[in-house]
Design a protein around this ligand. Structure first.
Ligand code: SAH
Length: 351
């Protein structure tokens, strides 16, 4: 927990910038989110944003079914570990584990989580979980059934911008009473892929070293231990340029530079790079599909109809939740689902 008298992040950043000059956006976003997640539960209607497992139990149940299905077709290996990255309130894990248990899948549960406030909520939802700071300490002895929903988008990005002098890293400076992005003074041309080097002035590219490192570890584990992973996030599956940095506070978009540590800073996930990393490490990439197509393929509409007929008084709520998860103008298209497995594992449903 952050103590009530902890120095505000704004003051820390201002002092750093005053002493050493602008800080990188990577540093700004990393520290802001570490502070943001440390001491509060940002999820739900009273928080800053809402996620798919908090919208409906159907989300976690269908993820659980997907994992159980591929696990059974892989020969039902035991032991097996359920690993979740950034489990939030533990809702997805609770719903998925309940569904898996019905078909005899009872994995050991491992949560990768940095926030003490959220760990406490996760312990209520899934009392027998074990917690880890990162994937490195997750066991290496058995296949992993791994899920990460809205985890990668919170990891800090580096931005490079093409200026008249060449490529520069995007930094954060303090001036005119506010934080603002500026181009750094060190040449960064060596960090830019050849195809993008001649881009027009003003072109901006974004990379997420943390997401790349996590994907590298997941793919290495899949190749060595076997298993299946689903990474779900808002993002893009074709290369693109431009900043995708945004900040959410109380369900409203705010200036990412206005309140560091008080708003959730996120970026779209670059699924193209993640697929390349998975394949390079010897894992099987099942594909990257939209959340809408994935959930429809797993039968969300049938599941919603069954729930509604069992509880007609909730039919309208269930219909509304289903729409939010799958409609193109809601989460259905912007959110993607990427599947990765061990090289000898079967194809996953919905890809
Ligand atoms: N998956 C949940 C929560 C998404 S919010 C859901 O869908 O509702 C992001 C989650 O990732 C939170 O649990 C947050 O505390 C965690 N998190 C963010 N950055 C992290 C980091 N660097 N290491 C570990 N966990 C992190």
């Amino acid at each position: 927990m952050t103590k009530a008298n902890a120095e505000p992040l704004t003051a820390i950043f201002r002092r750093l910038i005053g002493s050493y000059g602008p800080i990188s956006l990577l540093h700004y976003m990393g520290e802001s989110n570490a502070r943001y997640y440390a001491d509060k539960d940002p999820l739900g209607s009273a928080g800053d944003f809402i996620t798919a497992p908090e919208i409906s139990q159907m989300f976690g149940e269908l993820i659980g079914l997907w994992l159980a299905d591929i696990w059974m077709r892989a020969g039902s290996p035991v032991p097996v570990h359920y690993v979740e990255l950034g489990p939030g309130r533990g809702t997805l894990a609770r719903d998925a584990l309940r569904t898996m248990k019905r078909v005899g899948l009872e994995p050991q549960v491992h949560f990768v989580e940095s926030s003490n406030a959220l760990k406490a909520l996760q312990a209520e939802a899934v009392p027998d979980a074990q917690w880890h700071h990162d994937l490195a300490s997750v066991p290496t002895d058995a296949p992993l059934l791994l899920v990460g929903n809205e985890f990668l988008d919170a990891l800090p990005v580096r931005q490079l911008v093409k200026t008249a002098e060449g490529w520069r890293e995007r930094m954060v400076d303090w001036g005119e009473d506010r934080f603002r992005p500026v181009a750094g003074d060190k040449p960064m041309d060596a960090a830019v892929p050849d195809a993008l080097k001649p881009a027009d002035e003003g072109t901006l590219i974004e990379t997420c070293p943390g997401a790349a490192a996590v994907m590298h570890e997941i793919a290495t584990r899949m190749a060595a231990q076997g298993g299946a992973a689903l990474l779900i996030d808002y993002g893009y599956a074709e290369p693109r340029t431009g900043s995708t940095l945004q900040a959410l506070h109380a369900h409203t978009k705010v200036d990412p530079f206005a309140m560091p540590g008080e708003a959730d800073l996120t970026c779209l996930v670059d699924f193209t790079i993640l697929a390349d990393i998975a394949r390079n490490e010897g894992a099987a990439w099942l594909g990257t599909v939209t959340q809408g197509d994935f959930l429809r393929a797993l039968g969300i509409e049938t599941r919603a109809a069954n729930l509604s007929s069992a509880a007609p008084q909730h039919a309208e709520t269930i219909r509304r939740a289903t729409d939010r998860l799958i409609r193109d103008d809601e989460m259905g298209t912007l959110f993607k689902v990427m599947g990765v497995t061990g090289p000898d594992w079967p194809q996953g449903a919905g890809f």
